[in-house]
Design a protein around this ligand. Structure first.
Ligand code: NAD
Length: 284
């Protein structure tokens, strides 16, 4: 398992530049998208990474490529998340970083047609999954007297209405509240709890939503990046990438963010901070 460490084919940064040397991290939803990009960045920064996902083939391949472990983990099942934490403890004797990143989009459509079973199915993953992650990571950190860090994936949709389905919006707003209350309780143990709120990052989740909404099955990552850059960002032409989010998660996971807790780090090119439709007032 550790055979890549210290060998010439490793792709780590030089030791002096590694921000997570020897840290043990779990990334839920780490098989692809933002989670996978974060797994690579964590590895490059010297962390031991456990990918916890339901995409077994992708997750296993990624874990192998970064000297990590994969565990099949449906975050809506508490026992699966508890098991992922146990794997970290069995493997390295500690858990330093929990990235509660797994999530799904939808159900689409009007609030007047919202089926409660669809809402509950989404909450089981997006919200209960995060509750499970915070609960079991915090237990391991408290029992191990290890002041680790917990990061949760919220969304720009939690800040501004109209960016995602009702169910998804509800789940992401709830995560912000849960992260803040958890930060209040866990701060006495030195455990930091923060959120990242990505926006318009062309992962599989966003690509399939855009293809559906725009009825353009041929849509490519670059097309979506362009749409977001032109219409969903104050930084004209600049949309977000999975790497942007991974770097923000790295910051929150590292000692660089040692005094940051209860925070929501928004990665949206400023979109939810202001409206540039009236920027003519700045002319002259
Ligand atoms: N892409 C964006 O623009 C954006 C914006 C805001 C928030 N987010 C959030 O970022 C997170 C990552 O999403 P992404 O954009 O990389 O999408 P993605 O679909 O590429 O990745 C989501 C990952 O979660 C996994 N997953 C789904 N259900 C799961 C379950 N029940 N148990 C375990 N794993 C499960 C998937 O298999 C996948 O690997 C999500 O929480 C998402 O809501 C994304």
């Amino acid at each position: 398992m550790d055979s890549n460490w210290g060998t010439s084919d490793m792709t780590h940064n030089p030791p002096s530049e590694r921000k997570l040397s020897g840290k043990v991290a779990i990334i839920t939803g780490g098989a692809r998208g933002i989670g996978a990009a974060t797994a690579r960045v964590f590895f490059e920064n010297g962390a031991y990474v456990i990918i916890a996902d339901i995409l077994d083939d992708l997750g296993t391949k990624l874990a192998e490529s970064i000297g990590g472990l994969y565990t099949h983990c449906n975050v809506s099942i508490e026992g699966d998340v508890e098991r992922a934490v146990e794997i970290a403890l069995d493997w390295k004797g500690r858990l330093d970083i929990m990235f509660n990143n797994a999530g799904i989009s939808g159900p689409d459509g009007s609030i007047t047609n919202l089926k409660m079973e669809n809402l509950n199915a989404l909450l089981a993953i997006n919200l209960n999954g995060v509750v499970h992650g915070i609960k079991h990571a915090a237990r391991a950190m408290i029992e191990g007297q290890n002041p680790g860090t917990i990061i949760c994936s919220s969304s720009s949709a939690a800040i501004m209405g109209g960016l995602a389905s009702h169910a998804y919006t509800l789940s992401k707003e709830a995560i912000l509240g849960l992260a803040r209350s958890s930060a209040c309780e866990l701060g006495v143990y030195g455990i930091r709890v923060n959120c990242v709120s990505p926006h318009g990052v062309p992962s599989e989740m966003l690509m399939s939503a855009y293809r559906r909404f725009l009825v353009r099955p041929d849509l490519q990552t670059e097309d979506v990046g362009k749409i977001v850059g032109e219409r969903g960002s104050l930084l004209r032409g600049r949309g977000g990438t999975v790497e942007d989010v991974a770097q923000a998660v790295l910051f929150l996971a590292s000692d660089d963010a040692g005094f940051v807790t209860g925070h929501n780090l928004v990665l949206d090119g400023g979109y939810t901070s202001g409206n540039n439709q009236m920027s003519f007032i700045y002319k002259g």
